[in-house]
Design a protein around this ligand. Structure first.
Ligand SMILES: [Zn+2]
Length: 386
């Protein structure tokens, strides 16, 4: 099967096509309909949640001659002109690569010229938190007294890095992570349109791996579709994204939970020989512990987890062998490690030490229990002594 750039195929041109951001799109549509346009907007949120997409739609909508329900019509002369890449009225700046004061000064010069086609000249500044301090100061001067035809839409993944002086001048919108269900229905729609055949579980797995980002989900889907031969299966998705083999995973988790130190050393050595990333392995182990916690606590776990039956049976068997307290403490340890992998020079050792820590923590509890039982037994013996 040939390569499909799914992310390029899915480019919403109206607010209705944007998924998972209803509160933001409703508010923006209302502003277009009522003509209450601010001069500066701030779109905050994780990567791939639709900030730039919404900025582009909004930029066209406020210029459109006959907006349809707050979205650009896509047909009027202004919409057609603004769709051309050479248009001078919607200017996109990536602050990650244009973060110097000179570039913002150039922007300030440029702001003086009114729009050519529509009513507004829109500046979309991505990753605005990357600007240097002097660039922020230069930008602030423009934000203080912008010409009536200028609108700034600034996007950021790290809003805490923005100076208060900028924040106070913007209307802020928070983009949330897109839900699993919404990502699944998007994938389903795209796969059906592209005539990609797939297992339902494969689709759920891709959506889960996307972790709330439309961009990541579609880029993982791209990799998987390029990898798949015929029908896209759950196993193929695992292989395409370099996940661990399920049998190896079952074994590793069992060794950790049963406190089998030798087993853990052997598993880690096997994983290393397969060239897997330990940061990914750690994430998958954490996911496994989370799944076991779900099995312990939720009656409809099969529906929540959405695994092929064979895989679910294995996780369920392991989960039911151990108490929830042991599983939760393992989950806590592995999940809290994710950040540390970023700075670790030796991820293998980091993972190994953590696995041993979880394995032996559980062991300590057993030792303690044994001690308490022995004490109790002694007390009972003392009591029944004649
Ligand atoms: Zn239009």
């Amino acid at each position: 099967m040939g390569y499909l750039a799914l992310y390029r195929l899915f480019r919403p041109t109206t607010f209705e096509e944007v998924i998972g951001q209803d509160s933001v799109t409703t508010a923006l549509k209302n502003q277009v309909t009522h003509g209450t346009i601010s001069h500066a907007y701030l779109f905050c949120g994780t990567r791939g949640t639709g900030k730039t997409t919404c900025a582009r739609i909004f930029a066209r909508a406020i210029n459109c001659e006959h907006p349809v329900g707050g979205s650009p019509c896509g047909k009027c002369p202004t919409c057609l002109k603004l769709a051309e890449p050479t248009n001078m009225d919607i200017i996109e700046i990536d602050a990650a690569s244009n973060n110097r004061v000179d570039e913002i000064r150039e922007l300030r010069e440029n702001v003086k010229y009114p729009p050519v086609n529509g009513k507004y000249k829109v500046y979309i500044i991505d990753e605005v938190h990357m600007l240097t301090d002097s660039a922020f100061n230069a930008l602030l001067k423009t934000l203080e007294e912008p010409p009536s035809y200028v609108v700034f839409i600034m996007g950021t993944t790290e809003v805490h890095k923005l100076p208060a002086t900028i924040l106070s001048r913007c209307m802020r919108f928070d983009f949330k992570l897109v839900g699993q269900q919404e990502l699944e229905s998007l994938l389903q729609k795209i796969f059906d349109k592209q005539k990609v055949f797939y297992e339902k579980e494969a689709l759920s797995l891709i959506a889960r791996l996307g972790e709330g980002s439309v961009r990541d989900t579609l880029s993982i889907a791209d990799t998987c579709v390029a990898y798949a031969d015929g029908k896209l299966t759950y196993e193929q998705v695992l292989k395409a994204v370099g996940s661990m083999d399920r049998k190896d995973m079952d074994l590793l988790v069992s060794h950790i939970l049963s406190g089998d130190i030798k087993g853990i050393f052997e598993d880690v050595s096997h994983i290393a020989s397969m060239g897997k990333s330990f940061s990914v392995v750690n994430k998958e182990v954490a996911q496994y512990f989370r799944d076991m916690a779900v099995i312990h606590t939720c009656e409809d776990f099969a529906k929540i987890l959405s695994y092929p039956k064979e895989i679910l049976d294995h996780i369920e068997k392991t989960a039911k062998t151990y108490p929830i307290s042991t599983i939760l403490s393992g989950l806590k340890t592995f999940a809290s490690l994710e950040q540390e992998f970023r700075y670790s020079e030796n991820p293998r050792i980091l993972f190994e030490v953590t696995a041993l820590k979880v394995a032996t923590a559980h062991q300590t509890t057993l030792d303690e229990l044994e001690k308490r039982v022995t004490t109790l037994e002694q007390k009972i013996r003392d009591m029944v002594k004649p």
